[in-house]
Design a protein around this ligand. Structure first.
Ligand code: PXL
Length: 282
């Protein structure tokens, strides 16, 4: 069985980061080891959330694992709470990265043109430098704009996206994929660049027109779960995008939906079906 290390916070209530990565990647038949970067009562869109920083736990936990000779097929990082944590996680990646370990970085820090609560401007440059340690990075448009120094735009054209893809590729990862890119009416998706082959790729899904918290984490988790099982890049992203859109639609239909996240539990059977389909196409 493949094994992924997921490094991100635990937001106890709110369905994001670890509470998405653990069930979603596990449901894809992949062992999911978690390294929590912080413990929050909820994610940061709630008012008055509690925050217990776990920076001092990261290295002792990693060193204990090192003694167990554990191997990770992928290391997936999401929300990291501080520049200090970024630096520690860089060391942890160096400790565990082997030739066949995929390093997948979701540089979580912002959306809709704004940094998430709690992040300072200095975090942007640190996150950009951190991306150089990845094989794959998946910023959303806001994160891409912040890290490249481009102006954040709500309406844009292909040139704007391509310019950011090339600038992001200069940070050093092999694959750069900007999420939430909508270049056609009624459609959204991922616009990617493979720096080794100097080729671009696009993945498209329906644009549902509502946005829910945690969809980025859902997309990344599904993409990691697919990639680590050898599903080719474009198919892995298509699977993740299809699963995310299907979950957004299911959330919209859910009479009892919670405002704070997606009802991804409803669509886990669909994820299994998608995985089966793409495994057969492999
Ligand atoms: O979904 C990204 C995310 C993860 N973790 C925490 C967050 C957010 C986004 O706001 O607040 C704690």
């Amino acid at each position: 069985m493949k094994r992924v290390l997921s490094i991100q916070d635990i937001s106890c209530l709110g369905r994001c980061s670890t509470t998405i990565a653990l069930p979603v990647i596990s449901a894809m038949g992949v062992e999911t080891v978690i390294l929590p970067t912080a413990l929050l009562s909820t994610h940061t869109m709630f008012k008055d959330f509690t925050y217990k920083d776990l920076t001092d736990q990261l290295m002792p936990i990693a060193q204990h694992w090192k003694k167990q000779n554990v191997h990770f097929d992928a290391i997936y990082t999401g929300y990291l709470g501080s520049i200090e944590e970024i630096q520690l996680v860089e060391n942890i990646i160096a400790m565990f990265k082997e030739e066949d370990t995929l390093v997948f970085i979701d540089p979580v820090m912002a959306d809709k043109g704004k940094l998430y609560s709690g992040f300072q401007e200095s975090y942007i440059a640190a996150n950009a430098e951190y991306c150089s340690h990845a094989d794959v990075i998946v910023p959303n448009i806001t994160e891409a704009a912040l890290m490249t120094g481009n102006v954040y735009k709500e309406t844009y054209d292909e040139t704007y996206i391509l310019d950011m893809l090339h600038k992001l590729a200069d940070f050093g990862s092999d694959i750069v994929a900007i999420t939430g890119v909508s270049l056609e009416e009624g459609k959204t998706g991922v616009y990617g660049y493979d720096a080794k082959n100097q080729t671009t790729f696009k993945v498209q899904t329906d644009l549902v027109g509502v946005s829910y918290h945690g969809t980025g984490d859902l997309f990344s988790s599904a993409a990691v779960g697919a990639l680590v099982q050898g599903i080719p890049l474009k198919n892995a992203f298509q699977l993740a995008a299809d699963y995310t859109v299907s979950t957004i639609k299911a959330t919209l239909e859910d009479q009892n939906q919670a405002w704070y996240g997606v009802s991804f539990e409803k669509t886990l059977p669909e994820l299994s079906a998608l995985l089966k389909k793409y495994r057969m196409e492999k």
